[in-house]
Design a binder for this molecule. Structure first.
Ligand SMILES: *Cc1c(COP(=O)(O)O)cnc(C)c1O
Length: 458
């Protein structure tokens, strides 16, 4: 029998995260005055220990034991060889994936939610606020806060709140409060409701509400949390790739191709950055983040300075952006509907170290169904975009008759997203294609902002 799964023992779990900031140079985030923002400016929003991590130049950062204890609930996650998928595709490629769907909330997101809750706890924070779109991030933070006995309040985009009641149930099971956004509890929410009482809400408004709820709490014991995009989030996710490297080593394998889907960039960074490190040091690897064609940040939008949220509360970040006011088409991969990208992922794209690609919605579901029929697992809509890329690469390996090793991140299961599969089977899912005019129009919002420099790290 061929090797199907590779496990690590708990004591083989990585003890340090990999910080890519040690190996690349980036443009600094800018404040409203156009000057670089110092750590102090972020202090009302995040605890100082996480801000220090956000700007740390140290290559390896210790994972606290208290964090490892919680990660051990589901980590190390299995590395699985997709043998049945290989056979189905009749490809000479060997395909491996990290199963990040085995976490309690069902995705990679608790890899950062847990350390974030821990550092907040250590800093004396008693309550955390956040936003959630489809509910994956809100449920991950709810789970993490329950482990460290921190109160948690989640602003969930109204349309998802109504359509996906089970994510809210999960948050409540973990003791968190989940309310629809816009709400009447914040200025940002009230303003949005006044404009349109029937608004479906947006991630932009929800972020504004969650930040406002944190900074306006008079006790000073509430902070905000973000589930992707920022440096410390990418850092925490590298445990995925570091584990994968050890697991592949055990069976004498090394990837030729690394793939992850990309919304804000965190699960992609998680599997890819430890291999980016190798590539910077001379290895020959193709590394592809896959984004949805309906929200083509890296493949169609320019590298600019823009805000991370619609209400412009965040500093200006150097990233590929479709414009902070861009409302992505209603594809079902809610986690990929983001106008921007993690600055570190964007920096790697500008340097040509990684190469962004896009998959459309129907390709993604087609790939998801092939995966379900071969490997059994039903993937999250976001994950299906990575699968579309994997199938494309496996077919290329066949055309070229090359025995490539493909590694990808199976970022989460889709058991709470089955409605989208129903629609796919009923022929009610469509591809959305943005026109050049639409993209140019949405990019007007950053026309007057400063421009980032094109930096070569070496
Ligand atoms: C949130 C989510 C994503 C997208 O977010 P990234 O920060 O780009 O990883 C991808 N897959 C799943 C399952 C998610 O929940």
């Amino acid at each position: 029998m061929e090797v199907k799964k590779v496990f690590l023992a708990e004591d083989e779990m990585p003890r340090q995260w990999y910080n890519i900031l040690a190996d690349i140079k980036m443009n600094p985030p800018l404040g409203p005055d156009g000057k670089p923002v110092g750590p102090d400016a972020l202090a009302p929003v995040f605890p100082m220990n996480l801000i220090e991590q956000e700007v740390s130049p140290q290559r390896w950062i210790d994972i606290p034991n208290e964090v490892l204890d919680v990660l051990c609930i589901w980590r190390p996650s299995p590395l699985v060889r997709a043998i049945a998928l290989e056979k189905y595709l009749d490809t000479p490629a060997r395909i491996y994936f990290k199963n990040e769907g085995v976490s309690p909330p069902g995705s990679h997101k608790p890899n950062t939610a847990v350390p974030q809750a821990y550092y907040n706890k250590v800093f004396g924070i008693e309550k955390m606020t956040t936003e959630t779109g489809a509910g994956q991030w809100g449920s991950a933070l709810a789970f993490a806060c329950s482990q460290f006995e921190i109160e948690c309040k989640v602003f969930m985009v109204r349309v998802s709140f109504d359509q996906k009641p089970y994510r809210k149930s999960m948050m409540e099971a973990w003791g968190s409060q989940c309310i629809p956004s816009p709400s009447s509890e914040t200025n940002a929410g009230r303003a949005a409701l006044e404009k349109d009482p029937d608004t479906p809400g947006s991630l932009g408004i929800a972020i504004s509400e969650a930040i406002e709820a944190a900074v306006s709490d008079q006790t000073g014991k509430t902070r905000y949390s973000l589930g992707s995009v920022l440096n410390h989030v990418m850092l925490h996710q590298t445990i995925i790739g570091l584990e994968a490297k050890k697991q592949l080593e055990k069976i004498g394998e090394y990837p030729d191709v690394v793939i992850g889907c990309a919304g804000g960039g965190s699960n992609f960074a998680g599997i890819a950055f430890p291999f980016v490190y190798d590539k910077i040091n001379g290895k020959d690897i193709d590394i592809y983040p896959y984004e949805p064609a309906a929200c083509p940040t890296m493949t169609k939008a320019p590298f600019v300075y823009d805000h991370g949220d619609t209400a412009r509360y965040t500093p200006l970040l150097p990233m590929h952006s479709l414009g902070h006011a861009f409302v992505p088409p209603p594809i079902h991969a809610g986690g990929l509907r983001y106008h921007g990208m993690s600055p570190s992922v964007s920096q790697l794209v500008t340097e040509g170290i990684i190469e962004a690609r896009a998959a459309n919605q129907l390709e993604a579901y087609q790939a998801g169904v092939i995966f379900a029929k071969t490997e059994g697992f039903i993937s999250a809509p976001e994950t299906n975009h990575a699968l579309a890329g994997v199938i494309e690469e496996a077919k290329r390996a066949k055309d070229e008759a090359k025995e490539k090793v493909i590694l990808f991140n199976w970022s989460g299961h889709g058991l709470i997203d089955l409605e989208a599969y129903d629609k796919y089977f009923a022929g009610e899912l469509y591809n959305f294609v943005l026109t050049e005019e639409e993209i140019l129009e949405s990019e007007k919002v950053f026309e007057d902002f400063p421009k980032p420099q094109l930096i070569k790290s070496r």
